[in-house]
Design a protein around this ligand. Structure first.
Ligand code: ATP
Length: 307
């Protein structure tokens, strides 16, 4: 296994605000990630978890507030500093489809997983790749393309690629879906080994309570643009088993966005305009069509009921 001597970074989200098209998504997020600890970020779909993660990767800059790594605001880093931060970060992006955002579709699983070490001209890149493929039970699929393996195998390959450089900052967006129980255990072991033994700082976005308990030291719950609960897993998730428990504790449903009267009116106006537009288009086509063609089309349709 690759070992590094760097110390893992402390990460802080400090009063982070971010809006898309003046729609606020993050409205003052405060969360601290400690080195050697895995912080699980929970929250309903659309709560802004991925958006928050992206501020840490320097993909989005907060409108106000800061996402800080080792005391430096990510948004203020120079290009070379941001590149250095990304090199020390193991990233798993969301998505378990055939086009998993974390994998190159035209490369085999082996070449995908080996990519970061080969790019860094690591002398033992291939040996390390075999080692981690074995760890994730993927060695038998080394030559397959991502589209030729299952969703769970793709997810594990993407995770193996995120971990192969022994990063001291792990940012994993939803590693859970498509993993069976056996592989979930393997993933939990692999991530925990990196945080507890190697002291990496980890932020893991997920929806799964069981996995959150198995993987996390701390949990932050993102709801309504803010962290509404943050603390040790047992404390924050104590007594919570079902989605209903989560709702009762944090008011998840009440915090979900609803369409405003103005948005409903805009949708209705657009639907009316589209309906009218389509009716005019149809009339235009019928009137503009030469008589012979419309006759031929009509008789063709009659002759072929499948048309
Ligand atoms: N590039 C973008 N442009 C406009 N709106 C966006 C953009 N990215 C995300 N959003 C909106 O921001 C909100 C939060 O999205 P985000 O992907 O961060 O949620 P999430 O908590 O990660 O959801 P999920 O659990 O479903 O992945 C959503 O309402 C989404 O539509």
């Amino acid at each position: 296994m690759i070992h590094t001597t760097r110390s893992a970074p402390a990460v802080g989200f400090r009063d982070v605000h971010l809006a898309f098209d003046s729609e606020p998504v993050l409205e003052g997020v405060d969360l601290e990630l400690e080195p050697g600890r895995t912080t699980v970020l929970l929250g309903p779909s659309g709560a802004g978890k991925t958006t928050l993660v992206r501020t840490l990767l320097g993909l989005y800059a907060p409108d106000s507030g800061e996402t800080v790594v080792d005391g430096r605001a990510v948004a203020s880093l120079r290009a070379d500093e941001l590149a250095a931060l990304r090199r020390r970060t193991g990233v798993l992006l969301g998505g378990s489809s055939v086009y998993d955002a974390s994998l190159f579709g035209s490369l085999s699983l082996f070449d995908n997983v080996a990519y970061p070490l080969r790019a860094a001209r690591h002398p033992a890149a291939d040996a390390e790749t075999w080692r981690i493929l074995h760890e994730f039970e993927l060695a038998g699929h080394a030559t397959a393309l991502p589209s030729e393996v299952s969703a769970g195998q793709r997810r594990r390959a993407a995770l193996a690629r995120a971990l192969i450089t022994a990063p001291d900052l792990l940012v994993l967006d939803d590693p859970g879906p498509a993993l069976d129980l056996h592989n979930r255990d393997a993933v939990v072991r692999s991530v925990r080994r990196r945080t507890t033994r190697s002291g990496a700082t980890a932020l893991v976005v997920m929806h799964d309570l069981e996995l959150a308990r198995a993987l996390g030291d701390r949990v932050g719950v993102l709801l309504g643009g803010r962290i509404v609960a943050d603390g040790p897993v047992d404390e924050v998730l104590g007594g919570i088993v079902t989605a209903a428990d989560l709702d009762a504790r944090f008011g998840v449903r009440a915090a979900l966005p609803v369409a405003t009267a103005a948005e409903r009116a805009a949708v209705a106006r657009r639907a009316r305009r589209q309906g009218l537009g389509e009716a005019w288009l149809l009339m235009g086509v019928l009137f503009a069509m030469p008589a012979k063609l419309s006759l031929a089309l009509g008789s063709g349709m009659l002759a072929n009921p499948a048309l």
